[in-house]
Design a protein around this ligand. Sequence first.
Ligand SMILES: Cc1cc2nc3c(=O)[nH]c(=O)nc-3n(C[C@H](O)[C@H](O)[C@H](O)COP(=O)(O)OP(=O)(O)OC[C@H]3O[C@@H](n4cnc5c(N)ncnc54)[C@H](O)[C@@H]3O)c2cc1C
Length: 322
Amino acid sequence: MPIRSAAVVGAGLAGLACARALAEAGVAVRVFDKGRSPGGRLATRRVEAEGRRLGFDHGAQYLTARGDGFGAVLAAHAVQWPEVADREGAHVGAPGMSALPRALAAGLDVAASRSVIGLSRDNDGWHVAHHAGDLARAPAPESPPERAGPFDAIAVAVPHPQAVPLLPAELSARLASVRVAPCWALLAAFAERLAAPDTLRPASGAIAWAARDSAKPGRSAEAECWVVHAGPDWSRAHLERKPDEVASLLLAELGALTGPLPAVLHGAAHRWRYALVEAPLGAPCLADAAAGIGACGDWCLGSRAEHAWDSGTALAKALLGS
Ligand SMILES: Cc1cc2nc3c(=O)[nH]c(=O)nc-3n(C[C@H](O)[C@H](O)[C@H](O)COP(=O)(O)OP(=O)(O)OC[C@H]3O[C@@H](n4cnc5c(N)ncnc54)[C@H](O)[C@@H]3O)c2cc1C
């Protein structure tokens, strides 16, 4: 029987791809995300420091497409960033990376700040239990969860460890081989320009990548803004440290690469617990089309944003039976 309604859990790139494909096929779709806005790891943080407005893409740095599907997304909603010397066709959202998922979410019914805590099925269809806010950051409110539904189908589009408690056991059992590395990110702004090229990709040491975020096209930051990503080994070794400590350590590491740092206007660290896929599932998505449930995400195919897009598109097709 064709599906007429669906819930998508997660408004990252995979969830948005899935929701858009389902909506284009005439399905009434509701998307739930625990974050305040769509995008997941395609994220931009805006802060004010010392009277200046600053912006940092602290998740994905630049996007590339090898296939036509994601190529069309980048052509429509992103701009080229030619300064990434060793990557042809690098694109970014403008004025920040989060502009890309925002554009993709336009026209979709997205319920933001909703943590999905359970999925259940009865004779009417699937039901979604959800709480206000991000339960990973704040404790669950004392009020009982709200319920939405029934839906004919469910797409779970969250990092694989967060998918496990939501999926039926037969599907979650297949996630055992998937491995994802964490990443500590430093968001730093300086009073003066650093003596360094726009991007650094050291071959060894704590830092895997550093970029002058304020040099990306279309930015309006009022200072020299940098995003630094620690490598997987360093991030694992320091995973449970306090963000302030990590910010100090990574500032020192950056200084060791670039020479003495100018005055720091802003320095903060963000922990991405599930950042970069090291061992993917090896299939475009996970689906039980007969039961009307499946899962998607970059972790199905690889570590790039395009993998998330392709996975979400594949899950929509599987649920539609096409
Ligand atoms: C530091 C870093 C650097 C990267 N650099 C690049 C790069 O340069 N180029 C590139 O192509 N890719 C890069 N990536 C990878 C890229 O960001 C991801 O592949 C892609 O964004 C994953 O999309 P997704 O939809 O699969 O997952 P996510 O973006 O993680 O989306 C999942 C969504 O699910 C939501 N969610 C989770 N649990 C729940 C719940 N219980 N209820 C409701 N909502 C929930 C989350 O809030 C989130 O919005 C990078 C990632 C990181 C972290």
